[in-house]
Design a protein around this ligand. Sequence first.
Ligand code: NAD
Length: 321
Amino acid sequence: MLSRHAARSLSAHGRWFSSSVARHSKVAVLGAGGGIGQPLSLLLKADPLVTSLSLYDIRGAPGVAADVSHIDTPGEVNGYHADKLDEALEGVKVVVIPAGVPRKPGMTRDDLFNTNTSIVRDLAAAIARVSPEAHVLAGVYDPRRIFGVTTLDVVRAARFVSGIVGTNPVDTPITVIGGHSGATIVPLLSQSPFGKGISGEAYQKVVKRIQYGGDEVVQAKDGAGSATLSMAYAGAKFTNALLRGLAGEKGVVTPTFVKSPLFADQGIDYFSSNVELGPNGIEKIHPLGELTAEERKLLEACLPELKKNIEKGKAFVEASP
Ligand SMILES: NC(=O)c1ccc[n+]([C@@H]2O[C@H](COP(=O)([O-])OP(=O)(O)OC[C@H]3O[C@@H](n4cnc5c(N)ncnc54)[C@H](O)[C@@H]3O)[C@@H](O)[C@H]2O)c1
C-alpha cells in the first residue's frame, strides 16, 4: 500500500486522531471498494483532519461513498465510477492506494508483484497527470512525497510486544525498519524500554511473529484474502500522521518506506526507518541508532532480500512503456 503526499510520532503515539492543527485536507482513496478500502474510507471519514474524501475504485466506490457520507462528521465525501479517475484526483493533497489483489494461502507478496505493480503504475501515472504537484513519474518527481506504508508492521509489533510484557500497546511503540515482506521486516525491540527485556526463545518467537503476522491472517481467512481491517487502521493512522506533519505539527516521526540514503551505497536506495514528517513530506530520515548483535543479524538477512525486491521494482518500471 502506498500513501502519496500529495501524512507525533507513531512511535510515541497514542493520539492518532489528533486534530490539534486544523487545515483543509482533501484525501483520495484509490481502491475504496475493496477489503482495505472500505474500512479505510470509514476511518478517514472519522478523522477530523480529513475535510474532503474522494473515493475511487474500478467498481463500487459510489456505493461506499454514499454509505460513509452518512457518518456524522463534517468531512465531505464523493464517490467516482471507474471512468472518473481524473475527477477523483482533482485538488487532492494526499492519495492513499489500497488498490490491488490480496494474497491467498500459500502465496507470497512476490507472487502478486506484476499484477499489483501494474495497478499502482497506472494509478501513479494518473496522479502525475492530474495534479501538478504530483508529477511522480515526470520530471518533477519529488521523492520527499512518496511513502510506502509499513505501519501495519509497526502496529503488529506494538500489539505483540505489549501482549508479552503486559503493557498498553499505545505506550509500547516499536520501531520497525527495512521492508515489508518476511525477513526484510526488522523490529528494533532493544530501542523500546519494554521490548529490550525480551530475550531467548520469546525474542525469536515475537520477531518471527512480527515478520510473518500477515500469514496468520491469510491462513485464518482461508482463501478470502489478507489483512484488511488492521491494514485499514494502519493506513488511516499513517494518513493522520502525514496530515499532521503537512499542517506543520512538529515531531511527527514514524517508520515508513522511502527513498533513503541509509544503505544507498550498497545499492539499496529505498528503506523503511524512522522518518520525521513535515510540511514538505519527508523532513528528516533518522539514523537507525544503536542495534544489538541480534538486530544486526536480522538486518544482514534483510538487506540482500530487500535489494532484490527493489531491483525487481526498478526493472519493472524500466520495462514499462
Ligand atoms: N502494505 C500492507 O501492509 C498490506 C497489507 C494487506 C494487504 N495489502 C495489499 O493491499 C491491496 C488490497 O488488498 P484488499 O484485501 O483490500 O483487496 P480487495 O481485492 O478486497 O480490494 C482491492 C480493490 O482494488 C480495486 N482495484 C483493482 N484495480 C484497481 C484499479 N486499477 N484502480 C482502482 N481500484 C482498483 C478492486 O476493485 C478492489 O475493490 C492488495 O494488493 C494487498 O496485497 C497491503
